[in-house]
Design a protein around this ligand. Structure first.
Ligand code: GDP
Ligand code: MG
Length: 349
């Protein structure tokens, strides 16, 4: 008994496109594999897809594999062909009647001869909506290389009269296929991050690779001293003291209340007292930022000064906002020398 096809979602026919070995079949398999976790596809192995059955379309034999899946918004039938000749025949005969395509480009190589040929043909037969999957980013360690590939892809899209601003997704189909990607996300669909602080504009990007001590990290945890490969971020855009955070979880602030201990002379601290509007550096994680101290009324009204060895609650206004949270600890420094320690008890602004 056959299953009844039921879907309230709009249906789209799409096809993979791209140069041989750039990863079309691996991506097709990975899409079903990842969506199968949410019951939106039946997971299809690479070997099942690659052994495409022969079809007779208008008297011509074409090998095509059909894969079905759905997303939150649409239902899809995806066609993947094993060989270049099959793609050509498929497109010319219109066997797949594709409404759009996924152009797969090996990010370690950029567009190649068949990439161009497929773009030309797709345009001619009216497949003019594309998304681009820049695959094999696991092979690329240089961020600038990815920028170059992105520009190369945009140029090709323009040349063949496709929308230059078609989505370009960087990833690794093979990594996304790995059965047990570990406790984090598989490399194929990255965790999104925000980079913020120091008064610079918030950068929204994706981590597309991570290393620590020269080894590849599958998961990056708080306090790791890791090197991150960030999609589309230039060196000049980031500075020491900015924070990489999960979007929407932490904000930048410039004023807070803190409980502070002022080191004594014997502990290497100040030899003298300080007053309201004292302006040392505040060291958070990786950066020194100048701040102005606001002492509580009890102190300004009576004692007027804070002595080495005092434990006191005070307010701090930083000259530049940084990513902060309650319970973050910091050091108070003067010319690189630690003169106090503190913990944030309340964020003011
Ligand atoms: P197709 O000819 O475009 O269908 O390419 P395939 O899907 O057959 O992939 C060609 C080769 O590239 C295979 O050996 C894949 O395992 C490999 N490959 C696919 N995706 C990735 C990837 O993300 N990273 C790496 N390193 N290799 C990949
Ligand atoms: Mg293939």
């Amino acid at each position: 008994k056959k299953e009844i096809f039921e879907s309230t979602k709009p249906h789209l026919n799409i096809a993979t496109l791209g140069h041989v070995d750039h990863g079309k079949t691996t991506l097709t398999s990975a899409i079903t594999h990842v969506l199968a976790r949410e019951n939106k596809a039946k997971s299809r192995k690479y070997e099942e897809i690659d052994a495409a059955p022969e079809e007779k379309a208008r008297g011509i034999t074409i090998k095509t594999a059909h894969v079905e899946f759905e997303t939150d918004r649409r239902h899809y039938a995806l066609v993947d062909c094993p060989g270049h000749a099959d793609y050509i025949k498929n497109m010319i005969t219109g066997a797949a009647q594709a409404n759009g395509g996924i152009l797969v480009v090996d990010a370690s190589q950029g567009g190649q001869a068949q990439t161009k040929e497929h773009l030309l043909l797709a345009k001619q037969v009216g497949v003019d909506k594309l998304v681009i999957f820049a695959n094999k980013v696991d092979l690329v360690t240089d961020n600038e290389m990815l920028e170059i590939i992105k520009e190369d892809i945009k140029e090709l899209l323009k040349k063949y009269k496709f929308d230059e601003n078609s989505p370009i997704i960087f990833g690794s189909a093979r990594k996304a296929l790995e059965e047990n990607p570990g406790p984090g996300e598989p490399m194929g669909h990255y965790q999104k991050v925000e980079i913020l602080g120091l008064g610079k504009e918030k950068i929204r990007t994706k981590v597309i690779g991570a290393e620590m001590f020269g080894k590849i990290l599958k998961v990056v945890k708080p306090n790791y001293d890791a090197a991150l490969l960030l999609q589309g971020v230039k060196r000049e855009q980031v500075a020491r003291g900015m924070a990489v955070v999960k979007p929407g979880t932490i904000n930048i602030h410039s004023k807070f209340e803190a409980q502070v201990y002022v080191l004594t002379k014997a502990e290497g601290g100040r030899h003298t007292t300080f007053e309201d509007k004292y302006s040392p550096q505040f060291y958070f994680h990786t950066v020194d930022i100048t701040g102005i101290v606001e002492l509580p009324k009890e102190v300004t009204g009576e004692k007027k000064v804070v002595n080495p060895g005092d434990n006191i609650s005070l307010k701090v206004k930083l000259i530049q906002p940084v990513a902060l949270e309650v319970n973050n600890t910091f050091s108070i420094r003067e010319g690189g020398k630690t003169v106090g320690k503190g913990i944030i008890t309340k964020i003011i602004e």
